[in-house]
Design a binder for this molecule. Structure first.
Ligand code: HEC
Length: 195
């Protein structure tokens, strides 16, 4: 997703139609095959990353696991993209990864997810998909919320140890992805496919 904010703003008006829809369990494309395809990709992404993250935390400790996340997470995304033909990313309102800065559409959905959280909706159920037109190019877009769990707090929480802080600074001098508490929405999967 390398569209500039400027380009996207040209279609802001047509997007508003989509953004006025409630996010939770009410996407107009929810039953579409592409929505299901995206759900399956999210499952695969998580299924590949989470066990390896946990294993590395145990055997190498958190500071070294940051090196692991730095190379492994983008690698998993890249391989899944090659395999599936989708554009695959993770984004956040407080980004860490170099590609994690959300565009305008993603920002709106992330904000909606946060609103839904404050209404008591479980993050595990938050997902959204829509067909949007950007630069005259129609695409299917899908997002799924990623909640903050206990294991995440070592690197995304409020009490980061000095070695972890140092490792984070090495890779991410502009890191914004700390200060989270359990249950908050850390970010979201964001996938798209040209139609
Ligand atoms: C060992 C430290 C560490 C732990 C533990 C950790 N993360 Fe991260 N997280 C990172 C790093 C480093 C990145 C940036 C990866 C990259 O360069 O793409 C990241 C990126 C992310 C992103 C992509 C958005 C962004 O801001 O870059 C999400 C979403 C995320 N983490 C969620 C989680 C969740 C949920 C957990 C718990 C299940 C978790 N992380 C546990 C270090 C960690």
């Amino acid at each position: 997703m390398k569209h500039s904010i400027k380009k996207i703003s040209t279609v802001a008006i047509s997007l508003m139609a989509y953004l006025s829809l409630p996010v939770y369990a009410n996407s107009q494309t929810q039953s579409a095959p592409l929505h299901q395809e995206a759900q399956a990709i999210a499952k695969q992404f998580l299924g590949q990353l989470k066990p390896e993250l946990q294993k590395s935390m145990k055997t190498n400790g958190p500071a070294k696991t940051i090196d692991f996340c730095h190379t492994k997470a983008p690698e998993i995304a890249k391989k899944l993209a090659q395999k599936t033909g989708w554009d695959i990313n993770r984004v956040s309102l407080k980004p860490r990864g170099l590609k994690a800065q959300p565009d305008q559409w993603e920002t709106s959905i992330l904000k909606r997810f946060n609103e839904q959280l404050s209404q008591g909706i479980p993050p595990q159920k938050m997902e959204f998909s829509a067909i949007v037109t950007i630069d005259n190019q129609k695409q299917f877009r899908y997002m799924k919320a990623i909640p903050t769990g206990d294991v995440c707090l070592t690197c995304h929480g409020t009490n980061i140890t000095p070695p972890v802080q140092k490792a984070l600074q090495n890779h991410y001098p502009n890191d914004a992805a700390t200060g989270y508490t359990k249950g908050q929405i850390r970010g979201a999967f964001s996938f798209s496919k040209a139609l």
